[in-house]
Design a protein around this ligand. Sequence first.
Ligand code: ATP
Ligand code: MG
Length: 428
Amino acid sequence: MTEKKQIRAIKGTRDILPPDSALWNWFERSAREVFETYGFRDIRLPIFEQTDLFARSIGADTDVVGKEMYTFEDRDDSSISLRPEATASVARAYIEHGMHTLPGNVKLYYMGPMFRRERPQKGRYRQFYQVGAEILGQSDAPAIDAEALEMLMVLFERVGLAQTKLYVNSIGCKDCRPKYVELLREELRNVKDKLGADSQRRIETNPLRVLDSKLPEEQSIIEELPRISDHLCEACRQHFATLQQELSLRGIAYEQNWRLVRGLDYYTRTTFEVTAAGLGSQNAVCGGGRYDGLVELLGGHPTKGIGFAIGTDRVILSLQEGEKRLSMPGLAVFVAWMNSATYPTAVKIARTLRDAGFSVELLPEEMKFKKSLGLADRLGARYVLIIGEDEVASGNFTLKRLSDREQKKFSDSALIEYLQLEGRGSGA
Ligand code: ATP
Ligand code: MG
């Protein structure tokens, strides 16, 4: 026999197996339910796009575009990339389908995989999953930001995410931010020698990102830097103040964090992040903010926008750290048949039970009764339906309850009625 090299999943990707997948599905279902009560509708987007879409929107100087994107040449020489996030695609779709003509604000949500070539570690993967929501339209009222945050926190509370903390900030607009960035750059140049290599480079490329630094030796320097809150223009200051009033009105706890700048170029004004328990240094479970210029930047009409993206992998990790488990829907009936003469009846009754909504296991090949009973036990079935020649002849089937080994005989219509009653009784 030749040795075959085992093929494994690519570094930074993982398989989500049962029973974990039940928790994933439940979280995604909860998000759909909550978002739909806020008037959001599902949008399904492509997983790859023209590279240019991300370069123009996220920004060529950002880590995401500069270092982390999976970009390749298609067979027609065009450059395409796996999406590192989905807001750019939502904006593209908004323009492409003329959604600016729709009444009111356009509220969309999406869920699916994103791809970034980062260093894999707990809570950081190369294929990871996001659940996101976007609101696009003509208004930039702070109430829109507040409602998005309310919806987000309602979802986290609904699923029982522990120790959530919401941080908010305003990073200004195209009028006040450039002045602040220049001021910050000047101050950073003065302390350049005390900064690490990454921050030194960012002084010229993207000084706001220095505020994001987690390097211990840079913290005291950063604390002394000018703060954006002191340099917002009147309109931005007012917007941020109203947002905070709106959050209080809705009873949403938050903390102001002047260093929250986000890594993507398209953000304006409101930015926010949510952290949760049990995640170590990768503790951000959601990031988002306002992106009023994005649609125009991509060639659309002037449009306001705000949105967020939840990192599903981290939400699940946090829930699991908190001992949250979901059992998979159990197997209700294991159909044990005896020989080829009883098989056609077994096929029919399995179908009838499945049509009635029961989870059924039907043996694909003949098996000794004792052995099949053992298998039913190991699969965690609640009942074994025994179909022997006597049963076929009489039209009455024997149902064995595995918890107490009790056996009863039923005609097929009585059988379904009984199982339905029993199911209700056990809460299944
Ligand atoms: P971080 O600072 O943790 O790198 P980010 O600012 O790059 O996050 P966003 O682009 O705002 O993250 O994405 C929103 C959310 O998506 C993050 O808060 C996080 O929960 C999740 N996320 C981002 N990158 C990854 C990744 N590589 N693996 C798993 N989850 C991720
Ligand atoms: Mg990142």
